[in-house]
Design a protein. Structure first.
Length: 267
């Protein structure tokens, strides 16, 4: 009977590596070459451990072996590595191909599994490629296709990054602006802690941009976004600072109460 327990948690890849205990053999004898060959999971584990150890050349080799045999997370990780030039030469076409393999094979995966978040992220990555296209390749900008990618990941998988990207498309005049639809998707993503969605929704609510103004509620979202903002999120800090400079003392107090209640609900 196979058993699986959580082994090394690989933060950079975002999955837990499980090791299977090999079943006892009823009869001793020679082991075939096929039986000696590591499984796709084992190849992925080897690649993941090499990646965490900083040996990215070995990691790529093992991940490619796993990806060729259909391991979805290996395909996704290779997509991310080629998209970012992480341990390999940056190659958006290869990244696009790996993300496509994941999306094509796993679009119908159950949305509540660990693997589903990688599948959803692959759809988001494809959507971003379709927004601008890949220069010098047959992959052209296709906003309609981008919206399909974001919409599927946003609705079927409930992915907050997809929801945010879909909302941004609804705010884009070229894509047919619909601020109410944008606010709806921003709200879904914001409630899952997506800081960019929190910032944009907060800005819209605080200033009454195309939706009824709710200054205190908007300041709440901006406060939450700023609390989780990183070094590359100066625009979030700027939006927060602008709102704080204009907010009344009453709005600031209410916003603090909203933030406390929001955080309490998530404890």
């Amino acid at each position: 009977m196979l058993t699986c327990k959580i082994g090394v948690v690989l933060a950079a890849i975002g999955v837990a590596v499980c090791g299977a205990v090999a079943p006892a053999r009823a009869f001793e004898g020679s082991v075939s070459k096929k039986e000696q060959e590591p499984s796709p999971l084992q190849q992925f584990q080897t690649g993941a451990r090499a990646y965490m150890a900083g040996d990215k050349a070995s990691a790529v080799s093992s991940l490619i072996d796993a990806a060729k045999r259909g391991h979805a997370v290996a395909q996704w990780k290779l997509g991310r590595m080629y998209a970012e030039g992480d341990g390999v030469e940056k190659d958006d076409v290869k990244a696009f191909d790996y993300f496509s393999q994941v999306a094509n094979a796993h679009a119908d995966d159950a949305p509540d599994t660990m693997q589903s978040r990688f599948v959803a992220n692959a759809f988001v990555a494809l959507g971003n490629y379709y927004l601008d296209g890949i220069s010098g390749t047959p992959i052209r900008a296709d906003p309609s296709r981008a919206r399909e990618m974001f919409s599927y990941a946003a609705s079927y998988f409930g992915d907050p990054d997809a929801q945010y990207n879909l909302a941004r498309m609804y705010l884009d005049q070229k894509s047919g602006r619909d601020a109410r639809q944008a606010a709806r998707w921003l709200g879904l993503a914001a409630n899952k802690g997506q800081r960019e969605a929190q910032a944009v929704l907060g800005h819209m609510l605080f200033n009454g941009v195309d939706i009824p103004r709710q200054a205190a509620r908007g300041l709440m979202w901006l406060s939450l976004a700023k609390a989780s903002a990183g070094p590359g999120d100066k625009w979030i800090s700027d939006l927060y600072a602008e709102a704080m400079a204009e907010a009344s003392a009453d709005d600031q107090e209410k916003a603090q109460d909203y933030v406390a209640a929001w955080n309490k609900d998530r404890d």
